[in-house]
Ligand binder design. Sequence first.
Ligand SMILES: C[S@@+](CC[C@H](N)C(=O)[O-])C[C@H]1O[C@@H](n2cnc3c(N)ncnc32)[C@H](O)[C@@H]1O
Length: 233
Amino acid sequence: MGALSYDERRGELETYFDRTAVEAWARLTSTAPVSRIRATVRAGRDRMRATLLSYLPANLEGRRLLDAGCGTGALSLQAAQRGADVVAIDISPTLVSLGRERLAASQGAGRIDFRVGDMSDAQLGSFDHVIAMDSLIHYRPADVVRVLAALASRTNHSILFTFAPRTPLLWMMWTIGRLFPRSDRAPALEPLSEAALRREIAAEPALQQWRVGRTQRIASGFYKSQAMELLRR
Ligand SMILES: C[S@@+](CC[C@H](N)C(=O)[O-])C[C@H]1O[C@@H](n2cnc3c(N)ncnc32)[C@H](O)[C@@H]1O
């Protein structure tokens, strides 16, 4: 089977996040009770969100932030509470409307402009910081680097993203397929070795003004993901 193009993969992800798994995803990102296994995923995701947000300045007043692949907008809410002016974009209209509802329910959460569309859309304008939490993990390495390059051209300070770490056995455990019934299987992950990712970033002409900063792997039950910070030199 040939590798899917970026557009084909994005189409699969839209179907998955907007229809197949939308309810499971809405529940996972809420405070409603979930199974023991999913609770480990939720705990891991909470740690990942906290890690990514800790890479940003404490005071985000006046900073423009893109939540790239925002899902239900949990990260956007926390960033906006710290003063950020957030644009939250996702290809799933259903998750975006859920994000809007959750924003309306959380009083005083700040400014979030929810949009439906592709994270690399140039019409979104420029940002101080971009965060793509677990939204690039299904794309091929070349596509990940291409999206990072497109985002970099419109970002002033930092791009924070996660990838599925390719370590022996580790990545095999984190197939969302283990969490959902077979019919609800998520599109495959694209596990990346940190070394290979660093090489690809270093080799990308559009990222020559950027360097890798902090990185942190988070493992919690079935959740395995690694944060990486890209900083403008
Ligand atoms: C695993 S979820 C993570 C959602 C959110 N960042 C979070 O951590 O709660 C991945 C999200 O990325 C979105 N996504 C995937 N490709 C995208 C793209 N090219 N542009 C915008 N959103 C995208 C999916 O629709 C999905 O909501």
